[in-house]
Design a protein around this ligand. Structure first.
Ligand code: FE2
Length: 275
């Protein structure tokens, strides 16, 4: 099973990249399932029903989030109503929504997705290591292939999660920093891992926002208004090739595509490429 995991989709720029990118990448890499982190999909902060439904329509099968999940009030009802939208599972149990889900592909094959949030330099949540291990045990009864989104700031915490789950899930993928890391690999036990998938959005920015406002906040220490940027759109993602018999990964590759790359691939046709 080939899985495309799209890194933090940021604002309109990110949503446009998802719409343009899914058909191109699906034919090029023979993708079976698409997962995207969407916690910044609505104007760079949070998720709304309109933006979420539009992403599902583009071919996203499961959406994950993180600390920005509640930035839009309507996410409270949207999360309760849309099982394909996850919030970190180690939040309070009273919070709406869920942090783990088994999706069915068009041909009926199951894929499990777990969304957790780290605790280092992040808002307080329950222990993600215990919560994820319990969810893996639960989901394993329904599906072999499981992908974990660990939404966290600290590289060490994400790397620790990779080793914690090595040999038990197909992939442990870091999100949240919006900066793609160069450490994608399959760990010795067979779990694909990357510390951060990166950002699908405007890269001539400060992690998605227009530079001037953020820079002035750093320079002057005064509060400023921040607006989503739009320059240099890039789609950052990983593709995982998972063995459905073992539930483990054969390979993981990092993608970092500009709008021009996507348009060029579309013009060149649909030749399937090896990973
Ligand atoms: Fe985040």
């Amino acid at each position: 099973m080939r899985i495309l995991f799209i890194g933090d989709v940021f604002g309109r720029t990110g949503r446009d990249l998802v719409r343009a990118g899914i058909p191109v990448l699906t034919s090029r890499y023979a993708i079976d399932a698409v997962i995207a982190n969407v916690e910044n999909a609505a104007s760079g902060a949070g998720i709304t029903r309109e933006t979420g439904d539009a992403l599902l329509k583009c071919g996203v099968d499961v959406m994950t989030t993180g600390n920005h999940v509640w930035d839009r009030r309507e996410a409270l009802t949207y999360l309760g109503a849309e099982p394909r939208l996850l919030r970190p599972l180690n939040m309070a149990s009273a919070a709406p929504g869920r942090g783990a889900f088994v999706a069915r592909l068009a041909d009926g094959r199951p894929i499990g997705v777990i969304n957790a949030m780290g605790r280092v330099f992040m808002p307080p949540v329950d222990n993600p290591f215990e919560a994820v291990a319990a969810a893996v045990d639960r989901l394993s009864r329904e599906c072999r292939v499981i992908v974990v989104d660990i939404h966290a700031e600290a590289t060490a915490e994400k790397i620790a999660m990779g080793w914690h789950l090595d040999g038990r899930v197909a992939a442990v993928l870091g999100t949240h920093t919006h900066v793609q890391t160069a450490d994608a690999r399959v760990l010795p036990g067979g779990t694909a891992y990357v510390t951060d998938v990166g950002m699908t959005g405007p890269h001539d920015s400060i992690i998605g926002m227009e530079r001037a406002g953020v820079l002035s906040r750093f320079v002057t220490g005064l509060p400023t208004r921040m607006e989503p940027a739009s320059e240099n759109p890039r789609l950052q993602a990983v593709v995982i090739d998972a063995d459905e018999r073992t539930g483990l990964a054969r390979d993981i590759v990092r993608l970092d595509w500009s709008e021009k790359d996507l348009a060029g691939a579309r013009r060149a046709g649909d030749d399937e490429q090896p990973l």
